[in-house]
Design a protein around this ligand. Structure first.
Ligand SMILES: Nc1ncnc2c1ncn2[C@@H]1O[C@H](COP(=O)(O)OP(=O)(O)OP(=O)(O)O)[C@@H](O)[C@H]1O
Ligand SMILES: [Mg+2]
Length: 283
Protein backbone atom coordinates (compact mmCIF):
# COMPACT_ATOMS: atom_id res chain seq x y z
CA UNK A 1 0.00 0.00 0.00
CA UNK A 2 1.35 3.42 -0.84
CA UNK A 3 1.29 6.63 1.15
CA UNK A 4 -2.13 8.22 1.20
CA UNK A 5 -3.61 11.61 1.90
CA UNK A 6 -6.57 11.00 4.14
CA UNK A 7 -9.55 12.85 5.41
CA UNK A 8 -10.78 11.99 8.87
CA UNK A 9 -13.71 9.67 9.26
CA UNK A 10 -17.06 11.35 9.79
CA UNK A 11 -19.39 10.69 12.67
CA UNK A 12 -16.95 9.64 15.41
CA UNK A 13 -16.27 12.21 18.12
CA UNK A 14 -12.55 12.98 18.24
CA UNK A 15 -10.75 12.88 21.58
CA UNK A 16 -8.96 16.11 20.68
CA UNK A 17 -10.16 18.62 18.14
CA UNK A 18 -8.02 21.59 17.09
CA UNK A 19 -10.03 24.02 15.03
CA UNK A 20 -8.48 26.97 13.21
CA UNK A 21 -5.75 27.32 15.81
CA UNK A 22 -3.52 30.37 15.45
CA UNK A 23 -0.86 30.81 18.11
CA UNK A 24 1.02 34.03 18.71
CA UNK A 25 3.88 35.24 20.85
CA UNK A 26 3.72 39.00 21.37
CA UNK A 27 1.99 39.52 18.03
CA UNK A 28 4.30 37.17 16.11
CA UNK A 29 2.36 34.34 14.57
CA UNK A 30 3.71 30.84 15.30
CA UNK A 31 0.91 28.83 13.67
CA UNK A 32 -1.88 29.91 11.36
CA UNK A 33 -5.35 28.37 11.20
CA UNK A 34 -4.31 24.81 12.05
CA UNK A 35 -7.08 22.20 12.29
CA UNK A 36 -6.80 18.53 13.11
CA UNK A 37 -8.62 15.78 14.97
CA UNK A 38 -7.04 13.10 17.13
CA UNK A 39 -9.11 9.99 17.71
CA UNK A 40 -8.85 7.58 20.62
CA UNK A 41 -5.96 5.18 20.07
CA UNK A 42 -4.34 7.38 17.41
CA UNK A 43 -0.61 7.84 17.25
CA UNK A 44 -0.93 11.31 15.78
CA UNK A 45 2.28 13.03 14.68
CA UNK A 46 2.89 16.73 14.12
CA UNK A 47 5.72 16.90 11.59
CA UNK A 48 7.38 19.97 10.19
CA UNK A 49 10.62 21.95 10.04
CA UNK A 50 12.16 23.72 13.00
CA UNK A 51 10.17 26.76 14.07
CA UNK A 52 6.90 25.76 12.38
CA UNK A 53 5.08 25.68 15.71
CA UNK A 54 4.96 21.96 16.58
CA UNK A 55 5.91 22.48 20.23
CA UNK A 56 3.58 25.45 20.43
CA UNK A 57 0.67 23.31 19.22
CA UNK A 58 1.56 20.62 21.73
CA UNK A 59 1.74 23.20 24.52
CA UNK A 60 -1.64 24.56 23.47
CA UNK A 61 -3.10 21.03 23.55
CA UNK A 62 -1.55 20.58 26.99
CA UNK A 63 -3.18 23.84 28.07
CA UNK A 64 0.05 25.76 28.75
CA UNK A 65 -0.73 28.43 26.14
CA UNK A 66 -4.00 29.74 24.72
CA UNK A 67 -4.76 30.17 21.01
CA UNK A 68 -4.97 33.75 19.73
CA UNK A 69 -7.84 32.44 17.64
CA UNK A 70 -9.47 29.09 17.11
CA UNK A 71 -10.01 26.47 19.77
CA UNK A 72 -8.79 23.17 21.14
CA UNK A 73 -11.23 20.77 22.76
CA UNK A 74 -10.85 17.47 24.59
CA UNK A 75 -13.93 15.28 24.58
CA UNK A 76 -15.89 18.26 23.31
CA UNK A 77 -14.84 20.54 26.21
CA UNK A 78 -12.55 23.50 25.49
CA UNK A 79 -9.05 23.19 26.89
CA UNK A 80 -8.66 25.95 29.48
CA UNK A 81 -5.47 24.86 31.17
CA UNK A 82 -3.27 21.89 31.99
CA UNK A 83 -4.90 18.79 33.48
CA UNK A 84 -4.07 15.24 34.51
CA UNK A 85 -5.89 13.98 31.41
CA UNK A 86 -2.98 15.27 29.25
CA UNK A 87 0.55 14.45 30.35
CA UNK A 88 3.59 15.76 28.48
CA UNK A 89 6.95 14.05 27.96
CA UNK A 90 9.56 16.59 26.84
CA UNK A 91 12.84 16.22 25.01
CA UNK A 92 14.95 17.56 27.85
CA UNK A 93 16.58 15.09 30.19
CA UNK A 94 16.22 17.56 33.07
CA UNK A 95 12.44 17.17 33.26
CA UNK A 96 12.92 14.90 36.29
CA UNK A 97 13.58 16.59 39.66
CA UNK A 98 17.15 15.39 40.41
CA UNK A 99 16.67 15.10 44.17
CA UNK A 100 13.93 12.47 43.75
CA UNK A 101 14.59 8.81 43.06
CA UNK A 102 13.09 7.09 40.02
CA UNK A 103 10.23 5.80 42.17
CA UNK A 104 9.61 9.17 43.80
CA UNK A 105 9.60 10.82 40.39
CA UNK A 106 6.94 8.45 39.10
CA UNK A 107 4.89 8.77 42.29
CA UNK A 108 5.07 12.56 42.39
CA UNK A 109 2.22 13.57 40.03
CA UNK A 110 0.01 10.80 41.41
CA UNK A 111 0.44 12.26 44.90
CA UNK A 112 0.17 15.87 43.72
CA UNK A 113 -3.19 15.25 42.08
CA UNK A 114 -4.36 13.34 45.18
CA UNK A 115 -5.70 10.61 42.95
CA UNK A 116 -4.50 7.69 45.03
CA UNK A 117 -3.09 6.89 48.46
CA UNK A 118 0.67 6.89 49.02
CA UNK A 119 0.59 3.11 49.16
CA UNK A 120 -1.23 2.81 45.84
CA UNK A 121 1.03 5.45 44.26
CA UNK A 122 4.05 3.37 45.28
CA UNK A 123 2.50 0.22 43.83
CA UNK A 124 1.58 1.92 40.60
CA UNK A 125 5.06 3.43 40.34
CA UNK A 126 6.69 0.03 40.68
CA UNK A 127 4.34 -1.40 38.07
CA UNK A 128 5.16 1.27 35.50
CA UNK A 129 8.87 1.30 36.27
CA UNK A 130 8.90 -2.41 35.46
CA UNK A 131 6.80 -1.84 32.31
CA UNK A 132 9.38 0.54 30.86
CA UNK A 133 12.19 -1.88 31.65
CA UNK A 134 13.66 -0.10 34.65
CA UNK A 135 13.00 -2.74 37.30
CA UNK A 136 15.84 -2.58 39.83
CA UNK A 137 16.47 1.15 39.28
CA UNK A 138 13.62 2.46 41.42
CA UNK A 139 15.96 3.88 44.08
CA UNK A 140 18.38 5.42 41.60
CA UNK A 141 18.62 9.20 41.17
CA UNK A 142 18.27 10.72 37.68
CA UNK A 143 21.93 11.81 37.42
CA UNK A 144 23.01 8.15 37.59
CA UNK A 145 20.84 7.22 34.58
CA UNK A 146 21.54 7.40 30.84
CA UNK A 147 19.48 9.70 28.63
CA UNK A 148 17.36 6.80 27.40
CA UNK A 149 16.72 5.64 30.95
CA UNK A 150 15.64 9.14 31.98
CA UNK A 151 13.17 9.20 29.11
CA UNK A 152 11.83 5.84 30.26
CA UNK A 153 11.24 7.32 33.71
CA UNK A 154 9.40 10.25 32.13
CA UNK A 155 7.26 7.81 30.12
CA UNK A 156 6.55 5.67 33.22
CA UNK A 157 5.60 8.82 35.14
CA UNK A 158 3.24 9.87 32.36
CA UNK A 159 1.59 6.48 31.87
CA UNK A 160 1.16 5.95 35.62
CA UNK A 161 -1.23 8.88 35.52
CA UNK A 162 -3.36 6.98 32.99
CA UNK A 163 -3.97 10.15 30.96
CA UNK A 164 -6.54 10.45 28.20
CA UNK A 165 -3.69 11.52 25.99
CA UNK A 166 0.08 11.24 26.11
CA UNK A 167 1.81 14.25 24.55
CA UNK A 168 5.44 13.83 23.53
CA UNK A 169 7.64 16.64 22.24
CA UNK A 170 10.66 15.16 20.42
CA UNK A 171 11.20 12.78 23.36
CA UNK A 172 13.99 10.85 21.64
CA UNK A 173 15.70 13.66 19.72
CA UNK A 174 18.61 14.02 22.13
CA UNK A 175 19.40 10.29 22.15
CA UNK A 176 22.00 8.50 20.05
CA UNK A 177 20.67 6.73 16.96
CA UNK A 178 20.65 3.22 18.43
CA UNK A 179 18.96 4.25 21.67
CA UNK A 180 16.48 6.32 19.72
CA UNK A 181 15.52 3.31 17.63
CA UNK A 182 15.22 1.18 20.75
CA UNK A 183 12.95 3.76 22.38
CA UNK A 184 10.76 3.98 19.27
CA UNK A 185 10.46 0.21 19.40
CA UNK A 186 9.54 0.24 23.09
CA UNK A 187 6.99 2.99 22.59
CA UNK A 188 5.41 0.87 19.86
CA UNK A 189 5.40 -2.13 22.16
CA UNK A 190 3.75 -0.14 24.96
CA UNK A 191 1.17 1.20 22.53
CA UNK A 192 0.38 -2.32 21.26
CA UNK A 193 -0.29 -3.37 24.84
CA UNK A 194 -2.07 -0.28 26.19
CA UNK A 195 -3.53 1.46 23.10
CA UNK A 196 -3.18 4.90 24.63
CA UNK A 197 -3.75 8.02 22.52
CA UNK A 198 -0.53 9.71 21.52
CA UNK A 199 0.18 13.20 20.20
CA UNK A 200 3.82 13.11 19.11
CA UNK A 201 6.00 15.92 17.80
CA UNK A 202 9.04 15.36 15.62
CA UNK A 203 10.93 16.97 12.78
CA UNK A 204 12.23 13.58 11.62
CA UNK A 205 10.30 12.17 8.67
CA UNK A 206 11.54 8.65 9.45
CA UNK A 207 10.47 8.90 13.09
CA UNK A 208 7.05 10.22 12.05
CA UNK A 209 6.53 7.22 9.76
CA UNK A 210 7.71 4.73 12.38
CA UNK A 211 5.80 6.17 15.34
CA UNK A 212 2.62 7.52 13.78
CA UNK A 213 -0.52 6.10 12.28
CA UNK A 214 -1.48 9.58 11.08
CA UNK A 215 0.79 12.50 10.29
CA UNK A 216 -0.03 16.18 10.04
CA UNK A 217 2.47 17.97 7.83
CA UNK A 218 3.09 21.60 8.72
CA UNK A 219 4.65 24.28 6.52
CA UNK A 220 7.58 26.41 7.70
CA UNK A 221 6.99 29.36 10.01
CA UNK A 222 4.21 30.23 10.63
CA UNK A 223 2.99 26.63 10.62
CA UNK A 224 0.02 25.86 8.40
CA UNK A 225 -1.41 22.48 7.50
CA UNK A 226 0.18 21.13 4.31
CA UNK A 227 -1.47 17.72 4.34
CA UNK A 228 -2.65 14.92 6.53
CA UNK A 229 -1.28 11.47 5.81
CA UNK A 230 -2.08 7.94 6.76
CA UNK A 231 1.06 6.09 7.84
CA UNK A 232 -0.17 3.09 9.83
CA UNK A 233 1.45 0.68 7.39
CA UNK A 234 4.99 1.68 8.42
CA UNK A 235 7.02 0.51 11.40
CA UNK A 236 10.63 -0.14 12.35
CA UNK A 237 10.60 -3.40 10.40
CA UNK A 238 9.55 -1.68 7.19
CA UNK A 239 12.00 1.19 7.74
CA UNK A 240 14.57 1.02 4.97
CA UNK A 241 12.24 -0.75 2.54
CA UNK A 242 11.70 0.73 -0.92
CA UNK A 243 8.16 1.72 0.04
CA UNK A 244 9.38 3.45 3.21
CA UNK A 245 12.03 5.32 1.24
CA UNK A 246 9.44 6.38 -1.32
CA UNK A 247 7.15 7.64 1.47
CA UNK A 248 10.06 9.57 2.98
CA UNK A 249 10.78 11.21 -0.37
CA UNK A 250 7.14 12.12 -0.88
CA UNK A 251 6.84 13.70 2.54
CA UNK A 252 10.03 15.62 1.86
CA UNK A 253 8.49 16.88 -1.34
CA UNK A 254 5.28 17.84 0.44
CA UNK A 255 7.14 19.66 3.19
CA UNK A 256 9.56 21.53 1.01
CA UNK A 257 7.39 22.17 -2.00
CA UNK A 258 8.99 19.97 -4.65
CA UNK A 259 5.84 17.83 -4.83
CA UNK A 260 2.86 19.40 -6.59
CA UNK A 261 0.55 17.92 -3.95
CA UNK A 262 2.21 20.27 -1.47
CA UNK A 263 -0.17 22.94 -2.66
CA UNK A 264 -3.08 20.78 -1.60
CA UNK A 265 -3.98 21.85 1.92
CA UNK A 266 -6.45 19.59 3.68
CA UNK A 267 -8.71 21.01 6.30
CA UNK A 268 -10.58 18.79 8.73
CA UNK A 269 -13.69 18.79 6.61
CA UNK A 270 -12.41 20.11 3.30
CA UNK A 271 -11.86 17.28 0.84
CA UNK A 272 -10.16 18.43 -2.34
CA UNK A 273 -11.48 16.99 -5.58
CA UNK A 274 -10.17 13.51 -6.27
CA UNK A 275 -9.71 12.52 -2.65
CA UNK A 276 -11.92 9.83 -1.23
CA UNK A 277 -13.33 10.05 2.27
CA UNK A 278 -12.53 6.40 2.93
CA UNK A 279 -8.79 6.71 2.87
CA UNK A 280 -7.88 9.08 0.08
CA UNK A 281 -5.94 8.60 -3.09
CA UNK A 282 -2.34 7.59 -3.37
CA UNK A 283 -0.06 10.55 -3.96
N1 LIG B 1 8.13 31.48 24.41
C1 LIG B 1 8.24 32.02 23.20
N2 LIG B 1 8.33 33.35 23.03
C2 LIG B 1 8.43 33.92 21.80
N3 LIG B 1 8.43 33.22 20.65
C3 LIG B 1 8.35 31.88 20.77
C4 LIG B 1 8.24 31.22 22.02
N4 LIG B 1 8.17 29.88 21.80
C5 LIG B 1 8.22 29.71 20.47
N5 LIG B 1 8.33 30.92 19.85
C6 LIG B 1 8.38 31.13 18.38
O1 LIG B 1 7.27 30.47 17.79
C7 LIG B 1 7.68 29.80 16.61
C8 LIG B 1 7.35 28.32 16.74
O2 LIG B 1 8.16 27.77 17.76
P1 LIG B 1 8.04 26.26 18.23
O3 LIG B 1 9.00 26.06 19.33
O4 LIG B 1 6.63 25.93 18.47
O5 LIG B 1 8.54 25.51 16.90
P2 LIG B 1 8.92 23.99 16.65
O6 LIG B 1 8.24 23.57 15.39
O7 LIG B 1 8.66 23.19 17.87
O8 LIG B 1 10.49 24.05 16.38
P3 LIG B 1 11.66 23.00 16.75
O9 LIG B 1 11.56 21.87 15.76
O10 LIG B 1 12.92 23.79 16.56
O11 LIG B 1 11.46 22.54 18.17
C9 LIG B 1 9.16 30.09 16.43
O12 LIG B 1 9.28 31.16 15.53
C10 LIG B 1 9.62 30.49 17.80
O13 LIG B 1 10.67 31.42 17.73
MG1 LIG C 1 9.85 22.13 19.21
Amino acid sequence: MSLQIVSPTGGIQPLLRAEGVSLEYGGTRATHDVSFDVYRGDRFVLLGPSGCGKSSLLKAAAGFIKPASGSIAINGAEVRGPGPDRIVVFQEFDQLPPWKTVKENVMFPLLMTKRVSRHEAAERAMHWIAKVGLGGFEDAHPHTLSGGMKQRVAIARALAMQPEMLLMDEPFAALDALTRRKMQEELGRLWEELRFTLLFVTHSIEEALVVGNRILLLSPHPGQVRAELNSHQFDLVSAGSAEFQAATQRIHGLLFGTDPAARCTLGRTGVPPGLRRDGGVAL
